[in-house]
Unconditional design. Structure first.
Lengths: 263, 350
């Protein structure tokens, strides 16, 4: 590689990194200026001490976990079946799973409200539990592109038909095959999808706000309009959560014993 | 009554009939190979026995029970795949014990059986390894142990040696045969490698175009091929065009040489065949037919030298043993070849 190519490469890297990191640095620096003249963690302390923060964050974490479980229950068998028995249907399924990227969340939520309002055949919005379920289902749809792609990529790394047939010849039924063979072998992919889902759900605003649920996204927005330093502290916390999720994906990949040979 | 009976088995994918009127009976403890080129339907037959494909028509009876409508996990059939198909997330011991665990056998019984299987395949200390930590040969041994652990009534081997290098392939095929004999398990082995099929099997089924062209012992299939295809596919074959002079006595003219096969032949022009080992260099005592030709090539293969000679428009290949005292003839030189006419095979279409 000649010197000019190396210099250009590094220059591009520094510019891109600067583009990403300078605003983050500015935001973090500002969030530490709650006390005049010195850097402090006062804004963080106030945010974390806020009972509403704890309540909304706890709510969103619970919903994220429910979304992950729903997503895994829907996507793993679907992707497995498409790969095993219906490879011709793959483009259609991929198209379906990509729809949430094309259809805005606001369209989705208005559709939900219209379909599941109190005078509909399934009045989910008529109760808190029903609305929570609706929100979890909505989040599952929003996370579908990430969850499906992650799991489908994971399935691509193993010989699904042969492993399935091997398990069947040893007496295993579909549930055993999915639970004991397929899921453990795509666990890293499932975790990747799960952490991405978690990151999406934690900061999601539109569905939660329009369904009027006490989630972290609307809380972020509310704080942003009323206080000077706390919104920046919250943004830093949100970034930290997202990065922690990314780090956990990497960690899961590294710690996965049986996939070492494939890397 | 046979232990495994396949009757009038057919399989079509759309308009493509990949298996046609396939019939086979296998005795308990027998090792039968399905031999044929790619696309001949041998794997489809195996997969129908395993339950991974549903026959279009026909019956598969194992131990007196028709299994066609049973799911693969209800058939108690062990299978070894070409690509090993070990579960990557499980250790060797867990792989071997998988079938027993699915069957709900107690832990103590599982542990003992896994240890027994590991010993059987000669890997008693590798139970804690993961599949990726094993060589190809070791992985296939583990796959064999896994298939055998639940004591299946039939063992199916789908080209289990194809992915291995030549040396491992030879040693593993001997091991597989030894284990099969020791356990006395009824086995169907699919291969396109005639050497594997001939060396391992009690009987060989030569398949072509979805049909069984010949079923017989390796000796029968090699020495008395039933069809032109079998003769060409199994072993190396030299063909000679001959004119029948006297059909009753089998007198024929091959090029400028007249000889007698001493058996009845159809009138007209026939295709005769000779295995390389039937042809000898020079005039040899006890051989009644002498052919004259010209050497076209000499290939030194170590202990054996393969010589090709052109005789009356046909090219004949034959082998001689390497000898430091007698160097092989040079290409282009004239030679006389001798053979016993009664050994010649008559090639016929089915």
């Amino acid at each position: 590689m000649n010197l000019w190519v190396r210099i250009t490469g590094w220059l591009a890297f520094v510019l891109a990194a600067g583009y990403m990191l300078v605003p983050l640095f500015g935001m973090t620096e500002f969030s530490l200026k709650a006390r005049r003249g010195v850097y402090s963690l006062d804004a963080y302390a106030r945010v974390i001490g806020d009972t509403e923060f704890q309540a909304t964050f706890g709510y969103s974490v619970t919903l994220a976990l429910a979304t992950i479980v729903l997503g895994v229950l829907i996507v793993v068998p679907t992707a497995f079946w498409v790969r095993l028995k219906m490879p011709w249907a793959r483009p259609f399924v991929e198209f379906l799973t990509l729809l949430p990227l094309v259809i805005p969340a606001i369209v989705l939520v208005f559709g939900y409200i219209r379909l599941y309002n109190t005078s509909s055949f399934l009045p989910l919005t008529g109760s808190a539990a029903g609305t929570n379920l609706l929100l979890a289902l909505g989040y599952t749809v929003l996370a579908l592109p990430y969850m499906y792609r992650a799991i489908d990529t994971g399935l691509r790394t193993i010989d699904v038909p042969t492993l399935t047939e091997a398990a069947q010849s040893l007496g295993a039924g579909w549930v055993t095959i999915l639970w004991r063979i397929v899921l453990p072998n795509v666990m890293v992919a499932v975790l990747s999808g799960a952490f991405l889902t978690f990151a999406i759900v934690i900061g999601e605003y539109t569905l939660a706000a329009l369904l009027d649920r006490p989630a972290f996204g609307p809380y972020l927005q509310r704080i942003g309009t009323n206080k000077p330093y706390e919104p920046f502290a919250l943004s830093v916390i949100s970034f930290a959560i997202t990065w922690a999720c990314m780090g956990l994906i990497q960690l899961a990949t590294r710690l996965s014993k049986h996939t070492k040979a494939q890397r | 009554m046979s232990f495994l009976t396949i009757e009038h088995l057919e399989k079509s994918f759309g308009t493509n009939r990949v298996v046609q009127n396939f019939n086979l009976t296998i005795e308990k403890g027998e090792f039968v190979s399905l031999l044929g080129p790619s696309g001949c339907g041998k794997t489809t037959v195996l997969r129908m026995v395993a339950g991974f494909e549903t026959p279009s028509t026909g019956r598969i009876v194992i131990g007196g029970k028709d299994v066609v409508n049973l799911r693969p996990n209800q058939r108690n059939i062990g299978m070894v795949f070409q690509a090993y198909a070990l579960f990557p997330n499980l250790t060797v011991a867990d792989n071997i014990g998988f079938g027993l665990k699915v069957a709900g056998r107690p832990r103590a019984e599982r542990t003992a059986r896994v240890a027994e299987m590991l010993k059987l395949i000669g890997l008693p200390d590798l139970g804690d390894r993961f599949p990726f930590q094993l060589s190809g040969g070791q992985q296939q041994r583990v796959a064999l142990a896994r298939a055998l652990a639940p004591s299946p009534q039939v063992l199916l081997l789908d080209e289990p040696l194809s992915a291995l290098d030549a040396k491992v392939r030879v040693s593993l095929r001997n091991e597989i045969r030894a284990i099969q004999k020791k356990l006395g398990i009824t086995t169907i082995f699919v291969t396109h490698d005639q050497e594997e099929a001939l060396s391992m099997s009690d009987r060989v089924v030569v398949m072509h175009g979805g049909r069984a062209e010949q079923v017989g012992t390796p000796f029968e299939v090699y020495n008395r091929p039933a069809t032109k295809f079998v003769a060409n596919f199994v072993g190396m074959l030299n063909t000679l065009e001959a004119d029948v002079i006297d059909p009753a006595t089998g007198r024929v003219r091959i090029g400028g040489t007249e000889t007698s096969l001493r058996r009845a032949l159809p009138a007209g022009r026939v295709t005769l065949a000779a295995r390389p080992e039937m042809i000898a260099l020079g005039v040899q005592p006890g051989r009644d037919t002498i052919l004259e030709g010209k050497i076209t090539s000499v290939d030194f293969l170590g202990s054996v030298i393969r010589i090709r000679a052109r005789v009356d428009g046909s090219e004949l290949a034959f082998d001689t043993f390497n000898s430091t005292d007698a160097p092989p003839p040079a290409p282009g030189s004239d030679v006389r070849l001798s053979l016993l006419a009664s050994d010649l095979l008559l090639l016929q279409d089915p």
